[in-house]
Design a protein. Structure first.
Length: 278
């Protein structure tokens, strides 16, 4: 585990998951962590040496100076620090949701960082789209989220009792939950609080999609075909993102929701490797 120290006192965390072949950086969605890729890793590790990034305030990272500054430039910096630790680059990278969008922003601002990218429903807001505010369902749900539980078992049981995690593979849920909690006197608490997740949703910045044509790294933009309530935008944005990228390809994946990498890890892993080896 490697701390990726920012200039504001906060840090991300880079995990070395091992594997054979060139390096592959894995990034996660808002509120999740690097262990969301647990069930995809066995496939990926056969072809790539895998590294997983926990953004600040997620997974093994710990907020140092509350309230946590979640401005996107800090997340870009953490990706660049991770790449510097892993290899001189360019390297391959995979991202889900927030992680995918931040990979795109990193490549847009630092051309040549990545050789190839594979993104699952990157959450990118076009200029004409009004960003989530305090009344948005995702923000409300995040702020209502319970942060403390009597035990890790009880947290996992609660997760698996209803969507979206009831649709996810058990090992992926356990991986996320284990890395995403810390022990307390009364049980466990989330390392990424609902308030941090809400702040990230609320701080989304608009992207000029016409700028994406400058990104020439071959990039797959995958999307699920099952919509979740309040989460309709990510799959809808996949097609225009792929179309605007300089070398983008849309990949619809039937039967999956926005949490596809946790629902069908081996299938997603196969799709990633197919792109990286193409």
């Amino acid at each position: 585990m490697h701390l990726l120290q920012g200039d504001d006192g906060e840090h991300g965390v880079l995990h070395d998951f091992g594997g054979d072949g060139p390096p592959l950086l894995l990034t996660h969605g808002n509120g999740l962590n690097a262990a969301m890729w647990t069930t995809a890793l066995p496939v990926l590790q056969r072809h790539r040496h895998c590294f997983g990034l926990d953004f600040r305030g997620h997974g093994a990272s710990r907020t140092q100076i509350p309230p946590l500054d979640v401005e996107r430039s800090h997340l870009v910096t953490e990706i660049l620090l991770a790449v510097a630790v892993i290899d001189e680059g360019p390297i391959d990278a995979v991202g889900h949701s927030l992680g995918g969008a931040t990979l795109v922003r990193t490549e847009l601002e630092n051309p040549g960082t990545f050789r190839r990218m594979w993104l699952f429903e990157p959450v990118m807001v076009p200029e004409e789209f009004e960003r989530p505010d305090g009344d948005h369902p995702l923000v409300i749900a995040a702020r209502r989220r319970r942060n403390e539980f009597p035990s890790l078992d009880s947290f996992v049981e609660r997760l698996r009792s209803k969507p979206p995690f009831s649709q996810c593979e058990k090992a992926a849920v356990w991986g996320y939950a284990t890395l995403g909690t810390q022990e307390t006197a009364g049980g466990v608490s989330l390392t990424c609080s609902g308030e941090v997740e809400a702040q990230i949703f609320s701080s989304a910045t608009a992207t000029d999609f016409t700028e994406l044509k400058s990104i020439t790294a071959p990039t797959v933009v995958a999307r699920g075909e099952v919509l979740g309530t309040g989460n309709e935008m990510p799959p809808a944005m996949a097609e225009p993102i792929a179309a605007h990228l300089g070398s983008g390809t849309l990949l619809p994946m039937d039967g999956l929701t926005h949490f596809g990498p946790m629902e069908a890890g081996a299938r997603v892993g196969d799709a990633i490797i197919a792109h990286l080896l193409d």
